[in-house]
Ligand binder design. Structure first.
Ligand code: MN
Length: 261
């Protein structure tokens, strides 16, 4: 039996995202995952990008069957963390084998991971002890097409490689696929988190009544010369694959502190 056959028989898959139930990237991911096994979808009822690993605690979660899906699909008035937990409770009460989050419309490189709702979906899966992967299209020019079809094709060609990668406890995979046409993809690279900072992040503006308000966004400053980093990989047309650990402890410093006692 090939690996492919084993997966198609065995894999129970939960899919979420932070762009919402109507996002094209969610559809592309569900299609790509259908070759691996049984797909179920639980996603926010609207876009919740940059919600990070937040969760809804002070209001009830409303769950509705989403229309226009040929697999079980729910929409939730919450964030990806909520969706993973609702999905595991209602769609896969016996547990599942794989959680996929995405395909996000936009990159999740470097420190983006800490803001990202897409990454948070994979984080919550990881905390639940389930193999989890966050997938994003790395778009670099505003209004450029997300090229979800490139992501779908790349996933279909690389599931076997991805799912054979060993994962440590509390570790998920963060994948950024360059948003370019499929033939332009230059393979993949295993890379670390790069540094991606925003310049002029908060802009002060005025409303029609002269009252100031602030809008957050800003210009992204990246260092594509940081060899071995995710930013470096995607800037060269390569798919960036990063194992991300939820243990944020700085082990080297911890050892140094203990030596002071
Ligand atoms: Mn998003």
């Amino acid at each position: 039996m090939t690996l492919d056959q084993r997966w198609s028989q065995a894999m129970r898959i939960l899919i979420t995202n932070d762009d919402g139930i109507h996002a094209g990237g969610l559809r592309a991911l569900a299609r790509a995952a259908s070759s691996l096994g049984e797909v179920k979808v639980c996603a926010p009822d609207r876009e919740r990008s940059a919600c990070g690993h937040s969760m809804t605690m002070r209001e009830p979660l409303r769950v509705r069957a989403a229309e226009g899906w040929d697999v079980p699909a729910y929409e939730v008035n919450g964030v990806p963390t909520d969706c993973v937990n609702v999905g595991l409770t209602e769609l896969w009460p016996e547990g599942c084998d794989l959680i996929l989050s995405g395909i996000n419309s936009g990159p999740n490189l470097g420190f983006d991971i800490t803001y990202s709702g897409t990454a948070a979906g994979a984080m919550e899966g990881t905390i639940n002890g389930i193999k989890s992967i966050a997938i994003s299209m790395a778009i670099f020019v505003s209004d450029a097409p997300p090229h979800f079809e490139t992501g779908e094709e790349w996933l279909n060609q690389n599931w076997q490689m991805l799912l054979s990668l060993p994962l440590d406890h509390l570790t998920f995979l963060n994948i950024n696929i360059p948003a370019i046409a499929s033939p332009e993809i230059q393979g993949h690279a295993f890379v670390g988190m790069g540094e991606r900072v925003y310049k002029d992040r908060v802009e002060r503006r005025e409303d029609p009544w002269g009252r100031p308000y602030w809008w957050q966004g800003g210009v992204v400053v990246m260092d594509p010369s940081d060899e071995g980093a995710d930013v470096w990989a995607v800037s060269r047309g390569r798919v960036a694959i990063t194992p991300v650990s939820l243990d944020w402890t700085n082990r080297k410093l911890l050892e140094a502190y203990r030596l002071r006692d």
